[in-house]
Ligand binder design. Structure first.
Ligand SMILES: Nc1ncnc2c1ncn2[C@@H]1O[C@H](COP(=O)(O)OP(=O)(O)OP(=O)(O)O)[C@@H](O)[C@H]1O
Ligand SMILES: [Mg+2]
Length: 352
């Protein structure tokens, strides 16, 4: 476990979330948490776009944010999410540690249609299944994506600590006994952590504190904005402002005051609920004992007013937005942190 002070950066399609802190024992100490706009077009599906001087623009934004907030640590983690990252769990016979690598490569060649030379392969044991089997989680990350993040680290003149994957980052936070929103988190439960972002919804299922699987749905807050712009024939910027100021799904739900704005939004969120249900269904059909107890929402779009109740009714289970985690310690001087925005960055600092 790293006990160094670290900068952890989640470069989203619309916002870059930067957390400075360190991991100690079972806590993550947070010293700074800041979010800035992602410069237009610099990130698509987790990939950095370097055309037209964008690498420099992205670097400048991060440098400015770090310097304005007097963050001077050297070690940096980037945490990313992309549909081109492949994660699979496999059950493999237990072998000696030095034989693991070649067995994993063999497994990948059997089941995944990818050219191994173009991927960085990482794996970790999720669970020992009896005497002779292990459940292994394999992640295959395109080398091209990792190299682009490395070039940004170089441009920033920082030291690379690691490159994490958002679903791995969040599952580390849900692997420990703690209070979530001031209530005990039951480690016997199966929870779905749902990151509602700008262009992606990332669903990560964690059972008894162990990562089970994750899926990305290509949908998010920008679809709401685009649909508002189309309905009201206004610019995307005006539509975004309207969404932030006025959207409220509980108004639509109550039947009173149902208006064009919330009807537009509700149509889309209803489709999201349907997609989320399909992912749950897939998980449940994999094993007769699989079930999901509750959903925790985070990410910017989890702030859409009324979305927890709306989704709870649509998928028929408890849905909460993550507001506090007792495993996090905030430095005195930073005041309140809107945690739901920073959980990928925070989880990535936890090096379990
Ligand atoms: N109060 C709010 N109501 C509705 N939407 C909101 C609110 N606050 C933020 N959002 C939306 O949250 C999104 C940004 O969230 P977030 O920072 O999690 O996305 P991202 O990480 O940049 O995107 P992605 O993970 O998809 O790459 C934007 O679409 C923004 O409009
Ligand atoms: Mg995001």
């Amino acid at each position: 476990m790293s006990k160094k002070d670290i900068i952890s950066i989640d470069v989203g399609t619309s916002r870059i979330k930067i957390v400075a802190g360190r991991c100690s024992n079972n806590h993550v100490n947070i010293k700074k948490a800041i979010a800035i706009d992602t410069p237009q077009g610099c990130v698509e599906d987790g990939k950095l776009m370097f055309n037209d001087g964008k690498a420099d623009i992205l670097k400048q934004s991060i440098v400015q944010a770090l310097s304005e907030n007097r963050i001077r640590y050297k070690n940096v983690i980037f945490t990313i999410q992309s549909t081109s990252i492949i994660r699979r769990e496999v059950n493999v016979p237990k072998v000696k540690p030095n034989e693991m690598e070649s067995m994993i490569r063999y497994e990948i060649e059997q089941y995944l249609p990818i050219d191994l030379d173009e991927y960085i392969i990482e794996y970790k044991t999720i669970e020992e299944n009896g005497e002779d089997k292990s459940r292994i989680l394999i992640a295959a990350l395109p080398k091209a994506i990792a190299e682009d993040y490395m070039s940004i680290v170089k441009l920033l003149q920082l030291e690379p600590n690691s490159l994490d994957i958002n679903s791995n980052a969040i599952s580390k936070l849900f692997s420990m006994k703690q209070q979530i929103n001031d209530a005990a988190y039951n480690l016997d439960n199966t929870v779905a952590c749902v990151d509602l972002g700008c262009s992606h919804i990332n669903i990560c299922i964690i059972s008894k504190g162990l990562y089970q699987f994750s899926r990305i749905i290509q949908a998010g807050g920008r679809d709401l904005t685009a649909s508002i712009a189309e309905t009201f024939k206004i610019s995307l910027q005006d539509a975004e402002n309207m969404k932030l100021a006025e959207a409220n799904l509980s108004k639509f739900d109550s039947g009173e005051d149902s208006d064009m704005l919330n009807e537009t939004i509700s149509n889309i969120v209803f489709r999201w609920a349907d997609e989320i249900q399909k992912v749950f269904q897939f998980y449940k059909t994999r094993n007769a004992n699989n079930h999901i107890d509750e959903i925790y929402l985070y990410g910017g779009t989890s702030n859409l007013r009324g979305i927890t109740d709306y989704l709870s009714r649509a998928v028929n289970m408890p849905v909460k937005q993550i507001k506090t985690l007792s495993s996090l310690k905030l430095s005195n001087h930073i005041g309140a942190v809107d945690l739901e925005n920073y959980l990928n960055s925070i989880g990535a600092i936890n090096r379990k």
